[in-house]
Write a protein that binds this ligand. Structure first.
Ligand code: HEC
Ligand code: HEC
Ligand code: HEC
Length: 435
């Protein structure tokens, strides 16, 4: 057989493989929406009606949807962008949403805006999924128009947004098409007008506008959000806090009214919001109307329970002698914690949260509990909680061994979690960034 014949035979053998790859690629490409997401409606001239009621609704939606929080830097002009987001692949920055023509949305039509919100593709290219477009895809036409009208009513503010610092290949936007083929399945359809019946409204606010699943779902590979992880709880990439499952078992200890309070005010008799959840409420949910808060709470309490999240595997190595916890957690609790959280972890209604059943105590991951003890917390100030009581940081007052002992005790006794933190584990968490 000549070299040329050999090559030909080789080519014939490869052909089915090539067709196979193309066929699979084609199917995956169709499943992420085909070509439609990449056809930006640049020629559309559609304008939206503007009146004070529409602008007020747009402003409400922009807060509940947390656009303000993600698109504003600390101390910066609201909606002018530039906030940094850390991901496994590096840091990226949010964009300017004010109507400036210089990298803002000043010359975008209403259709171009709606297209970016629903498809995650804008004239700047394919967008990173830190922008919760997969959730916003479910927003009603009328709500997208109200958001557009509100953002266009803001003062146009030029802002300098740092260039993203992402590793190769994540820094190359077209690679996101591959990510979408593997992990992104578009929402089937969005309503023309937002639902008003309380149960549907609750689901709409949680799933579409509130994008609660961004933090509260169990993530799959490469930051994906597989359907089976929906609101099943997980650690939030980039920040390390653990967000609990949202379902009727987790939220059983709240009445609908208490849960609605938690969502609007950040505090309730069952616990207060801290870490990223405090931010979500402070910058956003705080403006919720009473009806919307109750609708969300009602929906959350109907979600079927997820399988219990597995406990962190207990380490099997024998701890080095100098880090063995030889401290009585009970004595530490009595001395340092019981005054506020109660001898039996029952808390003080309206003042200090209970620890029995608290997220940090029952979570599969001990990080929230350790963070709270190290650095303390101040619930947010809100209409429903005008003078919040704080928890002091213990990083200077308790040794790492004492912190490990008390957290192990509480998680074991009141959370039903095996917990074998050692002084060295606490030390390793000393460096975590406080946000
Ligand atoms: C969790 C943070 C987060 C939230 C919440 C969020 N965004 Fe963004 N958004 C981003 C980031 C980050 C980008 C930049 C993505 C990129 O560069 O690929 C972005 C991009 C965008 C874009 C594309 C802009 C362009 O120039 O291409 C639009 C439009 C947008 N966001 C609108 C909104 C609106 C409206 C809301 C509220 C309903 C909102 N975003 C909520 C983080 C967020
Ligand atoms: C940026 C990430 C983030 C987003 C977005 C987010 N959460 Fe949370 N949430 C957390 C974290 C972390 C906790 C655990 C800390 C705490 O309890 O305050 C939490 C706790 C909670 C709790 C307390 C559960 C319990 O058992 O006490 C509720 C209820 C809740 N979130 C509801 C929501 C809803 C509803 C949304 C959407 C509107 C939402 N969260 C969006 C991060 C987030
Ligand atoms: C001065 C009163 C006070 C003392 C003392 C105190 N706490 Fe707290 N604790 C609070 C408050 C207030 C919060 C809510 C903080 C927030 O929402 O930011 C809290 C929250 C917590 C949480 C999070 C609960 C949840 O909902 O997930 C844990 C865990 C915790 N405390 C453990 C401890 C431990 C352990 C000690 C002793 C080492 C202690 N606290 C001492 C007031 C106190």
């Amino acid at each position: 057989m000549s070299a040329r014949q050999g090559l030909r035979l080789f080519g014939l053998l490869l052909l089915p493989l090539l067709f196979g790859v193309l066929a699979v690629g084609g199917v995956l490409f169709l499943r992420q929406g085909g070509f439609a997401p990449y056809r930006i409606p640049r020629d559309s001239q559609r304008t939206v009606a503007v009146d004070p009621a529409i602008l007020a609704r747009g402003e409400y939606l922009a807060h509940v949807g947390n656009c303000a929080a993600c698109h504003t830097t600390r101390g910066g002009v609201a909606f002018a962008g530039g906030r940094a987001f850390k991901t496994d692949a590096g840091t990226l920055y949010s964009t300017n949403l004010t109507p400036t023509r210089d990298r803002g949305i000043g010359d975008w039509s209403a259709d171009e805006f709606a297209h970016a919100m629903r498809n995650g593709v804008s004239r700047d290219g394919v967008l990173y999924p830190v922008f919760p477009y997969a959730h916003f895809a479910g927003l009603a036409d009328a709500d997208l128009d109200a958001l557009y009208a509100y953002l266009h009513s803001l003062p146009a503010t030029a802002s300098t947004i740092p260039a993203n610092r992402l590793d190769f290949p994540a820094n190359w936007r077209p690679i996101l098409i591959g990510w979408r083929m593997l992990y992104y399945r578009p929402v089937a359809s969005a309503p023309a007008t937002p639902p008003t019946a309380p149960d549907e409204r609750g689901r709409y606010l949680v799933d579409a506008l509130g994008h609660c699943a961004m933090c509260h779902s169990a993530r799959g590979p490469r930051g994906s959000l597989p359907a089976e992880g929906y609101l099943a709880g997980g650690s939030i990439p980039g920040v390390g806090w653990y967000a609990p499952p949202l379902d009727r078992r987790q939220l059983d200890r709240y009445s609908v009214a208490q849960l609605a309070d938690y969502l609007r005010y950040g505090t309730s008799d069952q616990g207060s919001a801290y870490g990223p959840m405090a931010e979500v409420i402070y910058d956003g949910l705080r403006v919720l109307s009473a009806d919307d808060a109750v609708a969300m709470a009602g929906y959350l309490k109907t979600i079927a329970e997820h399988a219990q999240p597995p406990a962190q595997p207990a380490s099997t190595e024998a701890p080095p002698a100098d880090t063995v916890v030889a401290v009585d957690g009970r004595a530490v609790y009595k001395r340092a914690c019981a005054d506020c959280h109660g001898a039996d972890g029952e808390g003080k209604p309206g003042v200090y949260p209970p620890l029995r059943g608290a997220v940090a105590i029952t979570a599969p991951d001990p990080l929230n509990a350790v963070r709270m003890v190290l650095y303390g917390g101040l619930p947010i100030t809100s209409q429903g909680n005008p003078r919040p009581h704080s928890m002091p940081p213990f990083v200077q007052h308790l040794s790492s061994a004492e912190i490990a002992a008390v957290v192990n005790l509480l998680r074991h006794d009141w959370g039903g979690r095996p917990s074998d933190l050692r002084a060295a584990d606490i030390e390793a968490m000393h460096g975590i960034e406080i946000d």
